[in-house]
Structure formats: C-alpha cells, structure tokens
Design a protein around this ligand. Structure first.
Ligand SMILES: [Zn+2]
Length: 208
C-alpha cells in the first residue's frame, strides 16, 4: 500500500480515495464529510480537524433542531428568510416551507445578530436617456446583509427579490420594500428604524 491508499478521513475515520479529500491544516477530510459543512462556514481555509469536527457535530444538531423549527413569518421571494418567534431564531433557504429542512439550512439564533443592513440597488440599463429615466426603466435588487456573532458564520447576504424588479411602481417592489423594513425590525428589535423614504447614501444604493 502506498501512503495515499492508507490515508483516513480525520473527521469520520473512513478510508479516503486518492484525490477524494480536502486538506485541513493538521489532517484530511473526505468529500462526504465536506458535504456536511455549511456553505456559509467561515475560516474554511486553513481550518483544523478540531474546528471541522465540532462544526460537523453542530450541523447534526442543527438537522435535529430543524424538526422543531416552526416558521411564523416569511420574507422574500427567491431566497426566503423564515422566522421562528418561539425559538427566537431564523434561517435562510430558497425552499418552500414544506421542504424547509432540505439541505440542512443553519438555524441562527437572533441573539447572534450584530447588525442588519438593508439596501436597494438600482441598475440603470446602458444607453438610457434622461427621458427614459423618468419612465423608471431601472431594475432593482433588495439586498439584506446580516452580520453575526457566531463561531461558524460572519455574515449572511440575501437578495430578497431573486430576479431583478423592473420599475418601482409594482407589487413585487412594494412587497420587498415592506419586507426589508420589517425584517430589519425583527432581526434588530432593539433598534428603531425609520419608515420614511430611504436615504440615498451613495450612487444608486438606497439604505432602508
Ligand atoms: Zn469523512
């Protein structure tokens, strides 16, 4: 046997195939274990065996907790932010409520939320004249950035709308605007927010 054939996964202990592994700072992990990690995991580069082992344990606990997760509120279209007000936690997924556990989305306790920024990004198509601008041909994205105090995650960035919204005078724009404001209030309940017209802080970006 050569060295590659004898190599074991330092997370699950199974023999790993040549090339079918990922390097950790002090060991190796098989691709099956790599699939268990959250896609949002921070400090993945240079992670050590202990960090990944604890993270995998956390992911298994998360999977169990999802059975108790009972969303009372949902925000967004493509990516959805579900809130469980009893568990005092939220999660982000593109799945509908009946499939909420698919992919083991991370349940984030609200106490871990450090900040929640919402912004509207305006994209004006190239070659648009001043006249066209007044007709509101722009496309809009509603972006929510949640910064976290967590061992596993730094921040979550969510586009509430998915496909860009054409113009402001439509149902989807208004729903996203309302969702963004409510979401900020829900995730940061101690901070008052302004329901007035968003302030334009920089070119083409509105913060709510
Ligand atoms: Zn493994």
């Amino acid at each position: 046997m050569n060295r590659l054939e004898r190599r074991k996964c330092d997370i699950c202990g199974k023999l790993i195939q040549p090339f079918g592994y990922m390097k950790l700072s002090d060991g190796n992990m098989c691709t099956d274990c790599a699939k268990l990690l959250s896609p949002m995991l921070k400090n993945r580069q240079g992670a050590d065996v202990d960090y990944i082992k604890r993270h995998v344990e956390y992911r298994k606990e998360n999977e169990k907790k999802l059975k108790q997760f009972n969303p009372v509120t949902r925000y967004g279209y493509d990516k959805k932010i579900y809130i469980d007000s009893k568990m005092f936690a939220f999660l982000v997924t593109n799945k509908l409520e009946k499939d909420i556990a698919a992919g083991n989305p991370d349940i984030i306790p609200l106490v871990q939320v450090k900040s929640c920024e919402t912004e509207i990004r305006e994209h004006t198509p190239k070659g648009v004249s001043e006249d066209d601008v007044s007709k509101d041909v722009s496309l809009y994205d509603f972006i929510v950035t949640v910064k976290l105090e967590s061992e596993w995650f730094d921040e979550i960035v969510v586009s509430l709308n998915g496909e860009r919204i054409r113009g402001r005078d439509n149902r989807i724009y208004k729903k996203c605007e309302s969702d963004a404001k409510q979401l900020k209030d829900t995730l940061m309940p101690d901070q008052s927010f302004s329901a007035s017209i968003p302030e334009r802080k920089s070119h083409n970006v509105y913060r709510l």
